[in-house]
Design a protein around this ligand. Sequence first.
Ligand SMILES: Nc1ncnc2c1ncn2[C@@H]1O[C@H](COP(=O)(O)OP(=O)(O)OP(=O)(O)O)[C@@H](O)[C@H]1O
Length: 310
Amino acid sequence: MSDDDVLLRARGLTKTFGDFTAVDGIDVEVRRGEAFGFLGPNGAGKSSTMRMIGCVSPASGGELRILGLDPASDGPAIRARLGVCPQKDILDEDLSVEDNLHVYGRFFGLSRSEVRERTTALLDFAQLTERRHDRVEPLSGGMKRRLTIARSLINNPEVLLLDEPTTGLDPQARHVLWDRLFRLKRQGVTLIITTHYMDEAEQLCDRLVVMDKGRIVAQGSPRGLIEEHSTREVLELRFDPDEQAGHLDALADVGERVEVLPDRVLVYTADGDAALATVHARGIRPVSSLVRRSTLEDVFLHLTGRTLVD
Ligand SMILES: Nc1ncnc2c1ncn2[C@@H]1O[C@H](COP(=O)(O)OP(=O)(O)OP(=O)(O)O)[C@@H](O)[C@H]1O
């Protein structure tokens, strides 16, 4: 990859808080125009990484270059070309929808006419044109999130940082938001996203790193990671809680691998239906069974022995 294609390069990037290491020497490369994800559970170090990329928190060690610039010396120049959408909406709830955009535009030093032009375009992008004169406070969670994203785009950034963009949203609001993010990507904006939702990482990201306890445990495309670290299908079996342990020996060789969770047994296999037939042939009767495709959740479980969401 040529240097022109690399939007962000981190080598041995580290963040410590006193004796505690939140980000432990990670190597990452983000290409221009892609949607790049940091997937990991709470506490993995995703937000700490994002704050270093957003030039709001200095790195404790390692190297970081964004748009070819060094955050330690070129923070304001980088920030002028970034959009930052934080985990929590920090909107002015007493102002109208459009005034939230106006205030932010003026803060970025845009002229009055630039602010008006950007506001019209961003209200349309966020599907909030009809609500432009309404106060923010009574808007739905999904609308507030879209307004926060619109606001972070006021300076027409080349890169948008999104920290857990859909946490707390219902499924429909999440899909509307994903659709807006796809649109931005088509317009050439590079997206850097943290998430602990495996479906979000799979839907949105071209490539991602899986983080755990400050380290990168795997990286690649969603499909590539699943192919490398899991099987094509998974058979999920649920038993009466008292009976699960008694079936584990008989299930051990049904698939390529078995993972045991407190409330279910996961059998990893290329053919879930064939595995289920074997289970039945052995006289094992689960309370319920489900055959599904492997996901990034299975990748995380395989690599760390834990689930993404507690
Ligand atoms: N300012 C701070 N001082 C001390 N410890 C911190 C600070 N910020 C984060 N940490 C710790 O660093 C670790 C990583 O936190 P971080 O917020 O980066 O994780 P995360 O993957 O983004 O999780 P979440 O989704 O919960 O924010 C956590 O154990 C957290 O408690």
